[in-house]
Design a protein around this ligand. Structure first.
Ligand code: NDP
Length: 519
């Protein structure tokens, strides 16, 4: 997962701020902070947050002064918490665990038991934070990370506010909220309202870790720092766009969450709609969080609402049955631990989306995502229109394939352009060739490391703004409601694990004379 031989981080102080360089990129080292994790004994804290914090400190992208305070209902001593986190870090870096780095990091790791519903608990929490702020000289900079199930968001947010912990006194106070941000438009609005009672928008970091992947960030650089593609990036030259996020994994140990969410809430409302916005948005006047987020919201507002009559023309859902992933036989979704035997939760969806604006009028965006598919793959492919006049048509026996540009986000990150070239020889004969750029081994910060650093630096670019979250829910909620209603027929399971999804999904582009790119 991580390369061990990271470039050394150099310290340099410019204008009171400290910088380092990593893989030839300058990175600002954040100021001192005290980070409180709610739900610190959980899966996310152990697999993602704590390993990311450990590594950022190990590669010296952290300041000298910081403290990490784990909290939760679980009764645990501080040393038991440190041991639990040590195991988590060892599991995350089986080849890279360094005892000295761990000793240095764990000396800043604390735990307090907390009842999320009780204000008394939060008074004690405030005392603990105040004492850590003194002992670690964290200059009043506070981050609260909600790594608890969504059902606990409301009491935690309210109690942080009631305890006076959301006020910015000496330094900043930021709150990080994990996905899912609500489960429909109503709950997203009410969660925003609860947040607004104690925090201003500037303090709120709605997490979509997908946005922090290097390749996702590169979509904007690729589009707006190169002059050759942007003139073509519109309805005149683009036939259609496909966005695919395919997983080979099943529901794993997260059935409790997934059963209530399903693929449209889990993948589309956040990750896939964010990819859609980055692909379709207009260039902002400056590369700054508010301007970029403005442009993304404009895309969401231009998405044509899904027609609720004739829904099958724009959406296909599915659920995996048993099958084979590689050589391994795997069970169907309904046989997974924690899943109901008659579950109607979709694990696959394909959507056809139109963006009703000048640039994209008439260009379909085909979006698909699912679990237990044939390959792990995340990709945006831009399918250009055929050349307007095929002067070679008579000399060629086959049709000429139009150009395709693929932005590969996972796993083989890179960019490739398919175009036509003459095959050597005397006959007029063409074949598609590939111009390929691969990111392999170039970058080094993973998504959680990136977003944690950004939150500490006060950069909200990679986080979702309240209107962005609400607009995407406003689009998807009526569709989800219809699909979840009893009147919508669900013939589940309808695709085999290890396949490309339900057969009906192929029809979505085929009805328009197009086809999905191979997974
Ligand atoms: P867990 O189910 O592991 O819960 C985290 C912690 O919250 C638990 O250790 C527990 O700590 C506390 N908790 C669990 N259930 C309840 C409950 N019913 N009431 C009160 N407290 C409870 O969740 P994850 O760590 O998997 O996820 C945390 C958040 O992050 C969720 O919102 C999830 O959707 C989101 N997320 C998770 C991802 C992942 O990979 N795990 C990925 C993306 C988002 P204690 O009992 O000590 O209080």
């Amino acid at each position: 997962m991580h390369n061990g031989n990271l470039e050394k981080v150099f310290d340099e102080i410019i204008g009171g701020k400290q910088y380092g360089t990593l893989n030839s990129c300058t990175i600002e080292i954040p100021g001192p902070f005290c980070l409180t994790i709610f739900g610190a004994s959980g899966d996310l804290a152990q697999r993602k947050i704590i390993p990311a914090l450990y590594r950022l400190n190990t590669i010296r992208l952290f300041p000298q002064d910081f403290a990490v305070l784990g909290t939760g209902r679980t009764e645990m001593t501080q040393s038991a918490f440190r041991e639990l986190m040590k195991d988590a870090v060892k599991a995350a870096f089986p080849d890279d665990f360094d005892r000295d780095s761990w000793r240095e990091f764990s000396a800043r790791l604390y735990y307090v038991r907390l009842d999320y519903e009780k204000s008394e608990s939060f008074r004690r929490l405030r005392e603990k934070i105040t004492s850590l702020e003194k002992s670690h000289t964290t200059e009043g900079n506070r981050i609260f990370y909600l790594a608890v199930p969504p059902s606990v968001y409301e009491p935690v947010i309210s109690n942080i506010g009631l305890a006076g912990l959301s006020r910015e006194e000496k330094g900043y106070t930021h709150i990080v909220i994990e996905k899912p941000f609500g489960r429909d438009i109503g709950s997203a609005r009410s969660l925003n309202a609860i947040l607004r009672k104690s925090f201003s928008e500037r303090q709120i970091y709605r997490m979509d870790h997908y946005l922090a992947k290097e390749t996702v960030q590169n979509i904007l650089m690729f589009r707006f720092a190169n002059s050759i593609f942007e003139p073509l990036w519109n309805r005149r030259y683009i036939d259609h766009i496909q966005i695919t996020v395919a997983e080979t994994l099943g529901v794993e140990h997260r059935a409790g969450y997934y059963e209530k969410a399903g693929v449209l809430r889990d993948m589309f409302q956040n990750h896939i709609f964010q990819l859609l916005a980055l692909t379709a948005m207009e260039p902002p006047s400056i590369f700054e969080a508010e301007r970029v987020r403005d442009e993304k919201v404009k895309v969401f507002r231009s998405v044509r609402p899904f027609p609720l009559k004739g829904i099958d023309d724009v959406v296909v859902i599915g659920q995996y049955g048993e099958g084979k992933i590689g050589k391994e036989r795997v069970v169907g979704y309904r046989e997974e631990p924690g899943v109901m035997s008659h579950s109607e939760t979709p694990t696959f969806a394909a959507l056809k989306v139109f963006i009703d604006n000048w640039r994209w009028n008439g260009v379909p965006f085909y979006l698909r995502s699912g679990k237990r598919l044939t390959k792990k793959k995340a990709e945006i492919s831009v399918h250009f229109k055929p050349a307007p006049h095929l002067m070679f048509a008579r000399a060629l026996e086959e049709d000429i394939e139009p150009n395709t540009l693929a932005l590969r986000l996972q796993p083989d990150e890179g960019i490739s352009l398919h175009f036509q070239a003459k095959t050597p020889g005397s006959r007029i004969c063409m074949s598609p060739v590939l111009m390929d750029f691969s990111y392999k081994k170039v970058f080094s910060l993973n998504d959680y490391e990136r977003v944690l650093l950004d939150c500490m630096q006060g950069d909200q670019m990679l986080f979702v703004r309240s209107d962005g979250a609400e607009e995407t829910w406003a689009l998807l909620s009526p569709l989800i409601e219809k699909l979840e209603s009893d009147i919508y027929p669900k013939d589940f399971p309808n695709y085999e694990a290890g396949s490309s999804g339900p057969d009906a999904a192929a029809l979505l582009p085929r009805k328009d004379g197009r086809s999905w790119r191979a997974m």
